[in-house]
Design a protein around this ligand. Sequence first.
Ligand code: XMP
Length: 599
Amino acid sequence: MAVIDFGGQYAHLIATKIRRRGVRAEIRQPEDPVEAFDGYRGIIISGSPSLASRGEDSEYTKAIYDLDVPILGFCFGHQEIAQHYGGQVEHRGREWGKADLHVAQGHPLFRGLESVEHVWMSHHDSVISVGPEFEEIGHSVTGDTTEHRYAAIGSDSLLRYGFQFHPEVDDTEHGDEMIANFVFEICGCEASWSMDRFLDEQVERVRAQVGDRSVFLLASGGVDSTVAAVLLGKAIGPERLHLLHVDNGLMRLDESAAVLTMFRELGLDRNLHFVDASEAFLAALDGIVTPEEKRERIGNTFVEVFQEEANRLGIAHHLLGQGTIYPDTIETGGTKRADTIKTHHNRVPIIEQMIAAGQVVEPLTDLYKVEVRELGDRLGIEPTALSRHPFPGPGLGVRLLCSDGVPDEGTESMARHAEEIASGYGLQSSVLPLRSVGVKADLRAYEHPVLLSGDVAWETLIHAVSTITSQVPGINRCVWNLGTVHPERASVLEAYVTRERLHVLRRADAIVMQALHEFDLYDDIWQCPTVLVPLSLTEEPGETVVLRPVRSQRAMTATPVELPLRLVTVLRTEILELDGVSGLTLDVTSKPPGTIEWE
Ligand code: XMP
């Protein structure tokens, strides 16, 4: 199968999902000559940050439409197919997150599925009519019960199909089956790829790249760098593998000591190095407020520390190893067209230069976290090490929001519009005077969160959030007030990255992690960032803590998690007792339009 990557956040995921079904799938570029598509049994066109309604990115190899193989498009791809065959696309009808797809019964693409399927949307443009040979094979209904036509279209005579939703993301409940129906039933492919085969291929690839040199791996202790370390150890032997664990001052409570113990237990302590570089990181972040600048400075400091240590240890000529996984690359805008959602620490410009110079070994760049865990299991790593929640390289640095104290207010109409919608659901609302990072229709969205207060059912709350974030421009996130009253006003406080604030955040995070274990929820949740936001919601002095529990499988999409009331009570008591904290909220936003982390 060929997957044409138009730069959507999920293009690579499509290929992964096909490979997981045992079928070879390769990424192709939109401008590849039509001959590059020879030999494939079918083509899938990905989503894109571009707008089909405005003719953006329309200069691709249209000759693919003359090929005698089935073609399926998702989101932008769906709209392009509709337009190519005489349909119309307009810039309206946007949807983010969950939607119900009402499918045309009996169509082979939906074989074995229900008449209403839960699917995942992230789009600004919509197909509003189709050409003569096409028909609607599904329509969608989103949070506020609005019906959207042409959510799935097809022409069985031309073998051209389109889905407005993203079947490749895990939140489309039976997306795998839909893709499999296309690959097997419509394109007639057969199965043959496996994780064992991938492991053997990677070991060979690493050996070929490294030759008789050695590798110096930045080992945070997270799942990715741990699996990368064990794989590299297997490929080149522990003698030629140096591990460096850096305490960047942005780690969790007692994290570094635990990480060093883990590597010893894994037998990777032969060349295990440790450096406390917290001073350097805090100095680099001093007075910095914007998320991308913080990320870049953290990434650069990692490289400086790494180079300094490598020189000190006399191994500066070694290759740099990293446990980079696919989402790190795509979110950094690392494929030709993808928008930068956030620059991951292992993709800052200096590292990009080292990659171009062939000085970096990264055996996991094709994988997502679920695959990394599966690979780790094949490599014999303990389940407890593999089930650890993902923790971002920049650590608590991206969970400690900063501000120069000047409120970044939304517009009055934004506040009014949000209030109108919220009150319809029995909720009070305030647009918060700062911003957080999110992702909408494959584009970075640095927008305002809305604070919601009110005692409503979870489903009602989620509907309200979906309606607010899709209908009010400039809003990408909602948080639910776990305090007692809705604040008259939320004021922003001047706050930067300091040891004191990190200490508060670290304690709040430790409370959350311990409570998740005690309530037996840790393994049920993908990740639960605790974020410290310089906002005062009450008369009491102190900042606001945001809890961000999400379910996900690959972090490309995520859904917020409802916490049991008893757990909320414990967290409220313990977190609000911390010096420096006076507000507590729960992030109730899906990804998109929010991202898992706030920065
Ligand atoms: P977002 O916030 O983009 O995060 O939804 C997706 C996943 O990536 C993690 N994350 C990072 N991991 N370096 C990393 O190694 C980074 O710079 C980084 N930023 C986000 C995040 O925790 C989530 O699991």
